[in-house]
Design a protein around this ligand. Structure first.
Ligand code: SF4
Length: 369
């Protein structure tokens, strides 16, 4: 497992909060207009220089919709020139033209990720709040394939689409995606409780993902469902079949990554967060060093300490591989070190302790009867 105390594996920069969509679950509570205090072009270039100070982490340009920034291609060029593997997550709006996709490729972007939350137009567009978004998504994937730009499909799993995952996976495969990134809800931004799944349903989705991964032409990773790694580890331990390298390969690369641990998020106004779903700031890039905040802030240090976890995550033998979603713990309990409320697993140590307590209770009950 990698040591993330010095540098993140992944840096996500929310270049703008502006977006023309109005998705049901939007983390960023995106708005049509750019924020007046958004980082400027010059501040963005300085930020890229600081990110390079970590070495060569993967840099994701996200939003809002990055295409809402007129200087986007200058910033992408600066990132690529700095030697960072640069990826982008544009929104599926009329701004995402064939020409924009080709410009990503020409700018040296390594991968474009688009969201696909339904298996057809009605389901996807209902989710995204704008008619025609599904068609634009599929056309962007086609345009990327034609110009040789690698793609990733992002899907947010909710109560509305978890029965359609096989069909969404088939679309991603047909489109030639290299990675399917499956997001699980964190109740922040516009996300709603009624759309979230119960812990047992997470396990059922994990089983679906695991089965799909055995034959899929793409890798699968989860976002804010770190316990999928525990699920895969359990399946592998139990002798479940797995084709060489998958899902173990991507799971291996993701092992231990969590909010603030191998992962860093910079907001459109420069706030340094452990992730986009955990909006607790370690400072602002306008006033403190990004590298310093990641390595030495109390917030990031405690998030990287598996022994600081509370509840059953703290007692779990998978805590260094998984650790539970710190963002979800924060959103639901107000304590970012608490157990992930959407994990159904009972750690072995905890089960033994509970069995010990139950046996003691039975003994005591017999003694007094
Ligand atoms: S109890 Fe916590 S650390 Fe263990 S598998 Fe569940 S979420 Fe992960």
């Amino acid at each position: 497992m990698r040591d993330f105390s010095e540098a993140p594996f992944l840096v996500i920069w929310e270049v703008t909060q502006a977006c023309d969509l109005a998705c049901r679950h939007c983390r960023a509570s995106a708005q049509p207009e750019r924020h007046p205090a958004e980082l400027s072009r010059e501040e963005g270039i300085e930020l890229i220089r600081q990110i390079r100070g970590f070495g060569d982490p993967l840099l994701v340009f996200t939003g809002g919709d990055p295409l809402k920034r007129p200087d986007l291609f200058d910033l992408l060029g600066a990132s690529v020139s700095a030697g960072l593997r640069t990826t982008i997550t544009p929104s599926a709006t009329p701004l995402l033209t064939d020409s924009a996709v080709r410009r990503f490729r020409q700018a040296g972007v390594a991968r474009m990720a688009v969201s696909l939350d339904g298996a057809d137009g009605a389901q996807h567009d209902g989710f995204r709040g704008v008619k025609g978004s599904f068609r634009i998504t599929m056309e962007a994937l086609r345009a990327a394939r034609e110009c040789g730009l690698e793609t990733q499909v992002n899907t947010t799993v909710t109560r509305r689409n978890f029965h359609s995952l096989e069909r969404i996976a088939a679309l991603a495969g047909d489109a030639g995606a290299r990675l399917w990134s499956v997001f699980f809800l964190v109740l922040t931004g516009r996300a709603q409780l009624e759309d979230d799944l119960a812990a047992e349903e997470y396990e059922a989705v994990f089983e679906q993902l695991y089965r799909i991964s055995l034959a899929a032409p793409f890798d699968i990773k989860t976002t804010e469902a770190q316990h999928y790694r525990r699920y895969v580890a359990q399946r592998r331990k139990a002798g479940g079949a797995a084709r060489a390298g998958a899902p173990g390969g991507v799971i291996g690369r993701q092992a231990g990554i969590n909010d603030g641990k191998g992962l860093l998020f910079i907001s459109h106004t420069g706030e340094i967060y452990p992730s986009g779903f955990l909006e607790i700031s370690a400072g602002n890039v306008r006033s403190i060093s990004l590298v310093e905040a990641y390595r030495n802030s109390r917030l990031f240090q405690v998030l990287r300490n598996g022994d600081a976890l509370g509840g059953k995550c703290g007692a779990c033998e998978y805590r260094n591989l998984c650790g539970g979603s710190r963002s979800r713990a924060w959103a639901i309990t107000g304590d970012f070190l608490a157990a992930d409320p959407r994990c159904a697993y009972v750690p072995a140590g905890l089960a033994a302790a509970e069995e010990g307590t139950a046996a003691q209770d039975r003994f005591s009950a017999r003694a007094v009867s």
